[in-house]
Write a protein that binds this ligand. Structure first.
Ligand code: ADP
Length: 470
């Protein structure tokens, strides 16, 4: 099977969030299952710079700009790179200009990516045509629309429904969208063009990154205005959990953190982290957060509930960046000697935090899958999570029954309020004081299957089914 994966970011080349982790790891997991994945990425500087053995397989114009498709290898991935310097060779973030706002031509940039995907899929380039096209999030959403009526199977994966990829209706035609399709049952969303909706309406099959999020997407509370469409396509919607790259996130051999296999080894990672951050020894757990700092992630609730943690001797170390107000709130909280905050993005520190922490906090209001709780499980860093999406599917709450059954791996916070989070801190501190209970949970957590094998098999089976039905 030959699959074209269309995506705007992929580890290790370019990353802003979990989407990149998934796009970077899934091809390697699918390879042994007989699925050859080529990843189509925009030609940002970091991508063209890493491309090796490049050969042009197409050249022409997309969205009025000179463009080429380069085939080659980079970052361990088989790549097709859309080399269109006017669209992608820019300083700064891949989605945001220097003013922190979306690049005004984002609709055109990613429409060009989707048009390139359609060219490859139809066999109109010198690259081999795929059997199926796998599109990720709104940036690839127009691909299934451009391929409508072609019979080429397409999968549209929703990594986060909060991002719709909206464009003013007047730009629809220039984006290659037939104005006749700008209606409620087509690609229009409240008067604008939605690239995500275009994908959701036209793809052969929809997936999202956890079974619970698949169900949540069908509700007004989580569907972000698209719940009716998800309900209408419920029979074509599958939740497949994300995995993590267990070679990169390996407690026994971590390139960025002191490696360990045993609880004592973990203790050394913890001591090193406390020394690095200047956090004092204290009787409570050392909690860590590695996150975008946004309302979605419940950081405001964490700030409100924090006294319940530090008053019991707990400590908190945060790494993240995002909303100014939340960054300021965290800086203020860091005046307490038990709290350390690093504002920024730091891959190596994220590993040291997850290796050295006792617990990882992910109090998200919604979370399609979430990756950091999976890293936490693997490192025996017990997750305290909102009861939503993939957090709900991957963490087993330490209820008395789960404790009896010997399968608890963390704590659920439900309902997700500051008070409930404070109560979760009480439970966490009590478990921590009961050393045996804690060690048992660490063992359960470290034994959880968090790699890609099971989910890669689910994708491979889905691809095979869709290709056979063509
Ligand atoms: P989302 O994609 O919503 O941001 P995920 O949990 O799915 O959330 O993925 C976030 C990814 O980004 C994880 O790999 C996490 O370790 C990483 N990450 C988030 N913030 C930082 C940061 N400040 N420094 C380093 N890595 C980060």
């Amino acid at each position: 099977m030959r699959v074209l994966s269309v995506v705007s970011e992929a580890v290790p080349l370019v990353k802003t969030g979990g989407l990149a982790d998934v796009a970077g790891a899934l091809p390697g997991a699918l390879g042994p299952m007989g699925v050859e994945v080529t990843t189509l990425l925009p030609g940002y500087g970091a991508v063209t710079g890493a491309l090796q053995g490049a050969r042009a397989v197409w050249s022409g114009a997309l969205m009025g700009h000179d463009a080429r498709l380069l085939e080659g290898e980079g970052g361990g991935l088989d790549l097709l790179v859309l080399d269109a310097p006017a669209l992608f060779a820019r300083e700064g973030s891949i989605y945001l200009g220097p003013d922190g706002a979306d690049w005004p031509d984002n609709p055109e940039r990613f429409a060009a990516l989707s048009q390139a995907a359609a060219l490859v899929a139809r066999g109109e380039t010198e690259a081999p045509a795929p059997d199926l096209v796998h599109c990720h999030d709104w940036q690839a959403g127009l691909t299934p629309y451009y391929l409508r009526g072609s019979g080429i199977p397409t999968v549209m994966t929703v990594h986060n429904v909060a991002f719709h990829g909206l464009a003013p209706a007047e730009r629809a035609e220039a984006l290659g969208v037939d104005p006749a399709d700008m209606h409620r049952d087509g690609v229009e969303f409240w008067g604008q063009l939605s690239a995500l909706k275009a994908g959701l309406v036209h793809a052969s099959h929809l997936t999202t990154v956890s079974p619970t999020y698949a169900a949540e997407l069908c509700t007004p509370e989580f569907g972000m205005g698209l719940d009716g469409l998800f309900r209408a396509r419920r029979g074509d919607l599958t939740g497949i959990l994300n995995g993590i790259d267990t070679a990169v996130w390996d407690p026994a051999a971590d390139a960025h953190a002191p490696g360990f296999k045993t609880p004592r080894g973990k203790g050394r990672a913890r001591d090193a982290l406390m020394a690095e951050l200047g956090l004092p020894d204290a009787p409570g757990p050392l909690c860590v957060v590695v996150s975008r700092l946004t309302e979605q992630k419940g950081i405001d609730l964490l700030l409100q509930a924090l006294p319940a943690l530090v008053d019991q001797g707990g400590r908190l170390a945060v790494l993240g960046s995002g909303d100014r107000g939340l960054e300021d709130g965290l800086r203020e909280a860091a005046r307490h000697p038990h709290v350390h905050v690093t504002i920024g993005y730091d891959e190596a520190l994220s590993h040291r935090l997850i290796a050295g922490g006792d617990a990882i906090l992910v109090p998200s209001r919604f979370e399609p899958c979430g990756l950091t709780q999976l890293y936490g499980l693997r490192y025996g860093t017990l997750p305290v999570v909102g009861f939503t999406g993939g957090l709900r599917d991957t963490v087993i709450d330490a209820s008395p029954m789960a404790a009896d059954a010997g399968c608890a791996t963390g704590l659920h916070v439900h309902p997700l309020t500051a008070d409930a989070l404070a109560q979760a801190f009480d439970r966490l501190c009590a478990l921590y004081r009961d050393g045996d209970a804690w060690k048992g949970m660490q063992r359960n957590a470290m034994g959880t299957r968090v790699g890609w094998d099971r989910s890669a098999r689910a994708y491979a089976d889905l691809y095979a089914r869709l290709i056979a039905a063509r």
